[in-house]
Design a protein around this ligand. Structure first.
Ligand SMILES: *Cc1c(COP(=O)(O)O)cnc(C)c1O
Length: 388
């Protein structure tokens, strides 16, 4: 036993030498984009709560009402007795919102991608994924036992030749719609055309596009004007939609297959009904005249303008994610700590989340930021010679 623990301790020491140890901080309070903790108040540029919906009164009221009606936990998996009216309503509302025939609620985005890829894949399948795909698309591909090919980022030519060479009975192309650490949008139109030509499924993970891109925040399919029966679409509820959980949406037969077969759906307790009610309320806010989406888009434009004036190397992106690549992990950590001393929470993103040599600061913009917050951020970044 001592030897086993020593092995882990040596592994942790190695992480320390490489500047890769991560720590949590305890958040005690939240007001708009400001987090209160032991070390004081910080303006948060690290959250995926892009619309500030996690503190929206309509979402909180929906959660309270659902808890008063049916309690806190679903109590069972959906196919046993855990599927409540709130789940049924949220699925229908979400399918309509994203323009797909049917949707299924999963416990989380991670669970959705694992269950979906495993259910669609199998030993006779081949899965093709972008090298920068989120960890759960990678893990889902491995779990599915399909032949798994990781392709260079955004390389449609490489995907074309991989599909050309494959003799698999079932082909699946899986990609993030918006890459979570880079904020670039995948070449989905070209990817869909290749899937049509090679009769492949196209699995799209829109964790960072839902609520942000498209009319009223309907997501990346709406943003690019894409529709196809071969699209299997996943979006999370824990980011711009301000709650927790995830949906998979697509052709009604695909969704029925997942309901019967996806192991993370069948063998897992249903999402708390309050989370489903929060999802429905979030879509209601997005479709209302009071949607915070316009404010988010104004803030993204404001960041681009101020960064240009300050000479910061930010790539233009219509999304809320704006990376500043620094290089080595320690330099990213030093910059993040300097910003924290100035009252700003900006995370250093390091391997294994991003490839070696591309450690970065990841700026997440929210509708909850004031323009003055963004001005302050740009001023402090410009003051850090290491990244300016
Ligand atoms: C956050 C994220 C997930 C996981 O979703 P959870 O609901 O947090 O489990 C999946 N894919 C991408 C691209 C993500 O950013």
């Amino acid at each position: 036993m001592a030897g086993l623990v020593e092995g882990l301790a040596a592994g942790l020491a190695a992480l320390g030498r490489e500047g890769l140890v991560r720590t949590r901080r305890v958040a005690e309070a939240r007001e708009g984009a400001t987090l209160g903790s032991e070390s004081g108040r910080l303006v948060d540029f690290s959250s995926n709560d892009y619309l500030g919906l996690s503190t929206h009164p309509a979402l909180a009221a929906a959660a309270h009402a659902a808890i008063d009606q049916v309690g806190t936990g679903a109590g069972a998996s959906p196919l046993v007795s855990g599927h409540f009216r709130a789940h049924e309503e949220a699925e229908a509302r979400f399918a309509t919102f994203v323009g797909l025939p049917r949707a299924l609620l999963f416990g989380s985005g991670y669970a959705a991608n694992l269950g979906m890829l495993e259910a669609l894949g199998g030993r006779e399948a081949a899965i093709f994924g972008d090298r920068l795909n989120h960890a759960c698309l990678v893990d889902g591909a491995i779990l599915s036992r399909a032949a798994f090919t990781r392709l260079p980022h955004g390389d449609v030519g490489a995907l074309a030749s991989a599909l050309e060479r494959s003799a698999a009975r079932v082909k699946i192309v899986a990609t993030d719609a918006v890459f979570s650490m880079d904020g670039d949008v995948a070449p989905l139109r070209e990817t869909l055309a290749l899937c049509e030509r090679h009769d492949a499924w196209l699995v799209i993970d829109d964790a960072h596009g839902i609520g942000v891109l498209g009319r009223e925040g309907r997501g990346t399919l709406d943003h690019l004007g894409l529709a196809s029966e071969r699209i299997v679409y996943m979006a999370t509820l824990g980011k711009a939609l301000g709650g927790y959980g995830a949906f998979v949406a697509g052709h009604a037969t695909v969704v029925e297959w997942l309901l019967q077969k996806a192991r993370t759906y069948v063998f897992s307790t249903a999402l708390p009904p309050a989370c489903a009610a929060v999802a429905t309320a979030a879509i209601g806010v997005l479709e209302s005249p009071e949607s915070p989406l316009r404010r988010l888009r104004g803030n993204i434009e404001h960041l681009a303008k101020r960064a240009r004036e300050a000479g910061l190397a930010l790539r233009p992106s219509p999304t809320a994610i704006h990376p500043l690549v620094v290089g080595e992990p320690q330099a990213a950590v030093d910059a993040s700590q300097a910003l924290e001393r100035a009252g700003l929470r900006v995370p250093a993103i390091r391997p294994p989340t991003v490839p070696r040599g591309t450690s970065r600061l990841r700026l997440s913009i929210s509708a909850a930021h004031a323009e003055a917050d963004i001005d302050r951020l740009v001023r402090e970044l410009a003051a850090l010679r290491a990244v300016a």
